[in-house]
Design a protein around this ligand. Structure first.
Ligand SMILES: *Cc1c(COP(=O)(O)O)cnc(C)c1O
Length: 383
């Protein structure tokens, strides 16, 4: 009796944050201290050796010839499009079920976003919808590898190649993900990554990158991120200041060797959630298509509707389980993009998802006891 009581008390007091970056920092502190000191000692804060070295290593990791680091994933989307020759009058196809930055990149490049519905099972771009959005002005399509799972890239590439449309991947949530053995970021002419702290590979602040095999795109992004300049005070084109700090590059350099191991841990946690939540009534679990190797940036379940979701979140809160919603309002219903001319009902699958998705705690350092606590609490909440 007393034993089981003690056990249940430990369980009750367990707290499960949505993500735990402090623990990761504690684990890496000695390595980080060692990596950051040289940046201070050499005062090589801007485009120093740490940036060059991380770019070489991340390009190798992704499997592209070039990696050009930037201040953020948003800047990566923005500059990649400009470097691909996209501007006013051009149309870029993407999805409403994404983080707003995908569409901000299109807007800041001066192009017009055309949205297409997502697949109800994978939550990613539905290839069958592409023809509806295609016009003679369509220049680029941006598939988003949402939640860390690749969009259906073989079919998207086939469609794009047949139409002569370029593909830019939004891989901001998908460092290390694969589709039929091929890595996220290597399908399109270029790809964008984010190193926002909560991403699978995160800086201690902002960060992003464009990866590409195309020499011209890489060179153009390099120019654009640094005032259009190759030589100090000689400005070839109008650029911006979108450089990655050397300190952030040094942090990323320390973390990169751990990425595969962290992704494997995320997969293990996802498998555990899947197994323990299988068959629970009122719950839809993630769908992983044959040949897809997601990296579970987020672990998403669906509940019946937004009211149930609110109740579930409130109950989980009382159990010290933190959850998230990615994302509560699809892009086409955001005020910022009302100029695109869409209205409620235009993308019912995305709208439905926005009402129903719930993100469970997911980070490499999660313990089995924490997962059990989340699962148990979620089952109670749904009763
Ligand atoms: C995080 C993210 C971005 C933007 O990256 P930032 O580094 O935060 O600017 C773009 N697209 C998607 C899908 C993202 O998750």
């Amino acid at each position: 009796m007393s034993v089981s009581l003690a056990q249940s008390q430990t369980k009750e007091s367990l707290s499960v944050p949505f993500i735990d970056l402090k623990q990761q920092f504690e684990n890496l502190k000695p390595e980080l201290d060692k990596a950051l000191s040289p940046v201070f000692q050499d005062a090589s804060f801007i485009l120093g050796p740490a940036v060059k070295s991380f770019e070489a290593n991340f390009a190798k990791y992704v499997g592209t010839k070039h990696c050009v680091t930037l201040h953020s994933g948003t800047a990566a989307l923005h500059l990649a499009l400009i470097a691909m020759g996209i501007g006013p009058g051009d149309e870029v196809i993407t999805v409403p079920n994404t983080f707003v930055a995908t569409v901000e990149g299109i807007a800041f490049a001066g192009a017009t976003a055309k949205l297409v519905e997502v697949d109800p099972k994978t939550y990613n771009l539905d290839v069958k919808e592409l023809d509806k959005a295609y016009t003679s002005k369509t220049k680029v399509i941006i598939p988003v590898h949402l939640y860390g799972q690749c969009a259906n890239m073989s079919e998207i590439m086939d469609w794009a190649n047949a139409k002569g449309v370029q593909v830019l991947e939004d891989a901001c949530q998908a460092h290390g993900a694969k589709d039929k053995g091929k890595s996220a970021g290597t399908f399109g002419v270029a790809s964008c990554f984010s190193f926002y702290p909560g991403k699978n590979l995160g800086a201690a602040g902002e960060g992003g990158a464009v990866c590409t095999n195309d020499d011209d795109i890489a060179e153009k992004v390099r120019l654009l991120r640094d005032h259009g300049s190759r030589k100090k005070y000689v400005h070839e084109i109008v650029g911006h200041n979108f450089r990655l700090d050397s300190l952030q590059a040094a942090v990323l350099e320390v973390k990169l060797p751990y990425l595969d191991q962290w992704n494997a841990q995320r997969r293990k946690h996802a498998a555990s959630y899947m197994q323990k939540l299988a068959g629970v009534e009122g719950l839809v679990l993630p769908h992983v298509p044959e040949g897809s190797e997601p990296v579970f940036h987020l672990f998403i379940v669906q509940v019946a509707d937004s009211q149930v979701r609110q109740k579930v979140q409130d109950y989980l809160n009382t159990k010290n389980v933190s959850t998230g919603i990615h994302y509560p309002v699809p892009v086409h219903l955001q005020e910022a993009f009302s100029n695109l001319g869409y209205s409620k009902g235009d993308f019912e699958i995305s709208e439905n998802l926005a009402e129903r998705v719930l993100s469970l705690p997911m980070f490499p350092e999660l313990t089995e006891a924490q997962i059990d606590h989340v699962v148990q609490s979620l089952k109670e909440a749904l009763k």
